[in-house]
Ligand binder design. Structure first.
Ligand code: 13P
Length: 251
C-alpha cells in the first residue's frame, strides 16, 4: 500500500509570523493522521517553519532549488543549503516555474538528480495546458515530461520520487479535473514508469493530484485507485481547511 502524501504549496505567500501561527494551529489538528503531511514554504519561512514543526509529524519542504552545489548564481539556493537547515522535501518543475522562470525538462532533470545527492525528496510537477488537453495530447505531454524528468535515475531514486500531476488549467482556477480524469492521467504516468523501470517500481511511486484541491473534493480525489494524495495551493493557506484535506479519510 502506498502512503498518501498531502503537501501544501504556499507559493509566494505567508510572512514568518503567519507561518509560525499556521503550524501551531495545524499541529494538533493533524497529529493523528496516518498520511504524510508536508508544507512547502517560501525560503524566508523555512527556518521558522522547521523550528516550529520540530517534534511534530509535519515535514517541511522548499518550492525550488538550483542544481549546482554552490557558485556564482546570484539569488539561487542549492540542495546542499536546504539540507543543511533540515529541509526534507523540495518541489521541482512546478508549472509556474516552467512558465515564468523558463524551467525546462532538462533543468528539472538536473534538479532532481541534485536533490537526491543531498537526500532531499523531490516532488516533481507535470501537467498539460488546456490547449494540449483539448487537442487530445494530455497523455503524451505528461508521460513525456515524466520520462524526461526521471531520465538517468536509478530504480531506487525513481521509487523515492513523488510526482504531482497538476493540469495547468486546474491550478488556481477553481476547476478541478474530475476524479476519473485525474485517475486516468495518473495511471498513464504510472504505466510509463512501468514500461521504463518495471512494474515493481511503478507500483511504489507516489503520484499526487494538484489543481484546485479543497476540503470538499479531497475525499473523492484521494480515494481513487491511483491518486496518492495531493499538492494543494490556495487551500493550504488556511490551517483548518488544510487540516480537513489531510484528514479527508476521517470524514
Ligand atoms: P491550487 O490548489 O491553488 O489550484 O494550486 C495548485 C498548485 O499549483 C499546487 O502546487
Amino acid at each position: 500500500m502506498r502512503k498518501k502524501v498531502i503537501a501544501g504549496n504556499w507559493k509566494m505567500n505567508m510572512l514568518p509570523d503567519a507561518a509560525i501561527r499556521f503550524i501551531d494551529e495545524l499541529t494538533p489538528l493533524v497529529k493523528n493522521s496516518e498520511n504524510e503531511v508536508v508544507l512547502c514554504v517560501p525560503y524566508t519561512d523555512l527556518f521558522y517553519s522547521l523550528l516550529t514543526a520540530q517534534n511534530t509529524n509535519i515535514k517541511i519542504g522548499a518550492q525550488n532549488m538550483h542544481w549546482e552545489e554552490s557558485g556564482a548564481y546570484t539569488g539561487e539556493i542549492s540542495g546542499e543549503m536546504l539540507k543543511a537547515i533540515g529541509v526534507e522535501y523540495v518541489i521541482i518543475g512546478h508549472s509556474e516555474r516552467r512558465q515564468y522562470f523558463a524551467e525546462t525538462d532538462e533543468t528539472v532533470n538536473k534538479k532532481i538528480k541534485s536533490a537526491f545527492k543531498y537526500d532531499l525528496k523531490p516532488i516533481v510537477c507535470v501537467g498539460e495546458t488546456l490547449e494540449e488537453r483539448e487537442a487530445g495530447k494530455a497523455e503524451e505531454i505528461i508521460t513525456s515530461q515524466t520520462e524526461k524528468a526521471l531520465d538517468g535515475l536509478t530504480n531506487e531514486q525513481v521509487e523515492n520520487t513523488i510526482i504531482a500531476y497538476e493540469p495547468i488549467w486546474a491550478i488556481g482556477t477553481g476547476k478541478t479535473a474530475t476524479s476519473e480524469d485525474a485517475n486516468n492521467a495518473i495511471k498513464a504516468i504510472r504505466n510509463k514508469i512501468s514500461n521504463i523501470y518495471g512494474q515493481m517500481v511503478a507500483e511504489r511511486v507516489i503520484i499526487q493530484y494538484g489543481g484546485s484541491v479543497k476540503a470538499s473534493n479531497a475525499k473523492e480525489l484521494f480515494t481513487m485507485s491511483d491518486i496518492d494524495g495531493g499538492l494543494v495551493g490556495g487551500a493550504s493557506l488556511k490551517s483548518k481547511e488544510f487540516a480537513d484535506i489531510v484528514n479527508y479519510n476521517n470524514s
